[in-house]
Design a binder for this molecule. Structure first.
Ligand SMILES: [Zn+2]
Length: 116
C-alpha cells in the first residue's frame, strides 16, 4: 500500500544574484536578464526587465507623484535557465568543489567554472 508522503517541495536554487538567465517557458520565453533577487523560500527569482507588471501608485509624501510604476514580478526558478558567462549558452551545470573546498558551478558544455 502506498502512503501519501509530501516531500519537501523546495528546489535547490543554484541561481545567485547577478547571474545571467534566460527564460525558458511562459510568455517571457527567450528573454534574458540579470537576477536581481532570489526568493529561496518561494523558489522564485526576480529578473531584471523580465515579467514586468504595472503598479498604480497613489501620490504620497514619500514617493512624490502617483502614477504607473513598472516593476519586475518574480518568476518561478523552473522557468529560467542559467546562462554560462563563458560560452554564452543556456545550458546545464553541475556542482563541483574548488580547491578551497567551496562549491562552484561548472558549465557542462564548456567545462568552465563560473564561480570563482
Ligand atoms: Zn559554458
Amino acid at each position: 500500500m502506498k502512503t501519501k508522503k509530501a516531500p519537501p517541495a523546495l528546489v535547490r536554487i543554484r541561481l545567485k544574484k547577478n547571474d545571467l538567465v534566460e527564460v525558458s517557458s511562459g510568455k517571457e520565453k527567450g528573454k534574458t536578464g540579470k537576477v536581481l533577487r532570489v526568493l529561496r523560500e518561494k523558489n522564485q527569482v526576480v529578473v531584471e526587465k523580465v515579467n514586468m507588471i504595472k503598479r498604480h501608485t497613489r501620490p504620497s509624501p514619500t514617493s512624490g507623484q502617483g502614477g504607473i510604476v513598472e516593476k519586475e514580478a518574480p518568476l518561478n526558478v523552473s522557468k529560467v535557465k542559467l546562462i554560462c558567462p563563458k560560452c554564452a549558452t543556456a545550458t546545464r551545470f553541475s556542482l563541483t568543489l574548488t580547491g578551497e573546498g567551496k562549491k562552484a558551478r561548472v558549465c557542462l558544455k564548456c567545462k568552465e567554472m563560473i564561480d570563482g
